[in-house]
Design a binder for this molecule. Structure first.
Ligand code: NAP
Length: 281
């Protein structure tokens, strides 16, 4: 039987728990957890993502502060904004929406976020700590995928996982998280030779390429776990899912798979940051 890894269902369930935890914080301390979002420029997709993140905060009773900066913002101006938020005690977490305009040194800006407010898991320090199995907030999309795999009790230990994509926010942390869960991991990218043959040996395939239906169903072996992190305007992901769903042991639908878990993980980590600040856990 094929398991549908429904991020939509898991995120819905998790939000019920988050609402209770936010109420507890409010009742005990009068404090409301706050996520500060920074959007630079006016990319429509980024605007939508930031709005969805703000809406998720509202649904569970948290507050979001929305900072919008013009397209021509400089790195130093963005750093000032980040530093102000780092120093603002009311702010539990900071999200800098990726991608930023090309004149911005995005890595420098990500790394300026204080580690205890890095609820999107984008800093180099957070990545290093996570890799070394130290406490750190996870990069939200891969960590959301790990939560989904754990919830549906998908075995990872000893399995061959193939991650297609090596971006700093998705492919690389995904590979490290799977490695830390004792999977044997192969990371593929644009220079990889004979991708179909590597994918054909995978027990778990993660598509994080950014090209609609790039990974063909015939490359994927029967009974694999198929994780599609992509989402494109034509409502498909990075994997040609249709041809593999019935042969897979588990798969993430698009939409309703990985996407809801990314936002859910962001608000979960913002809540955790607030709880940590108040030493409630
Ligand atoms: P990205 O930064 O553009 O990275 C894409 C990766 O794919 C790169 O590592 C690239 O390799 C690799 N790649 C490109 N062409 C390839 C090819 N022909 N063969 C093998 N690998 C290839 O993208 P991203 O930010 O990681 O996002 C990946 C996907 O996830 C996108 O569809 C995006 O929309 C989606 N996403 C979803 C969420 C969510 O919440 N659901 C969040 C973030 C991203 P090189 O390194 O060699 O260039």
């Amino acid at each position: 039987m094929t398991i549908i890894l429904s991020g939509k269902d898991l995120a819905f369930q998790a939000e019920e728990d988050f609402k209770k935890r936010v109420s507890l914080i409010k009742n005990n301390s009068g404090i409301v957890p706050v996520l500060a979002t920074i959007l630079v420029g006016n990319d429509p997709a980024s605007e939508t993502y930031v709005k969805m993140k703000g809406n998720a905060c509202e649904r569970i009773g948290m507050k979001s502060i929305k900072i919008e900066l013009p397209q021509e913002t400089s790195t130093s101006d963005l750093l000032k904004t980040i530093n102000n938020l780092n120093d603002n005690e009311e702010v539990s977490g900071i999200l800098l929406q990726h991608p930023t305009p090309s004149q911005i040194d995005e890595r420098l800006c990500f790394d300026a976020i204080k580690i205890n407010k890095d609820v999107d898991g984008v800093t180099s320090l957070g990545f290093g700590k996570m890799t070394m199995l130290e406490k750190a907030y996870g990069s939200c999309t891969p960590y959301g995928i790990m939560r989904l795999l754990e919830h549906y009790k998908i075995p990872l230990s000893g399995k061959h996982a193939v991650v297609v994509g090596r971006s700093p926010i998705l492919g690389k942390p995904m590979a490290m998280m799977l490695l830390n869960a004792n999977a044997t991991v192969t990371i593929c990218h644009s220079k990889t030779e004979d991708l179909p043959s590597i994918i054909s040996k995978a027990d778990i395939v993660v598509g994080a390429v950014g090209i609609p239906k790039f990974i063909k169903s015939e490359w994927i072996k029967d009974e694999s776990v198929v994780i599609d992190a992509g989402y494109h305007p034509e409502k498909c992901g990075d994997i040609d899912l249709e041809g593999v769903i019935s042969r897979s042991s588990a798969y993430t639908p698009v939409p309703g798979g990985v996407g809801p878990m990314t936002i859910n993980t962001l608000i979960m980590q913002t809540l955790e940051s607030c709880e940590n600040q108040l030493s409630l856990n």
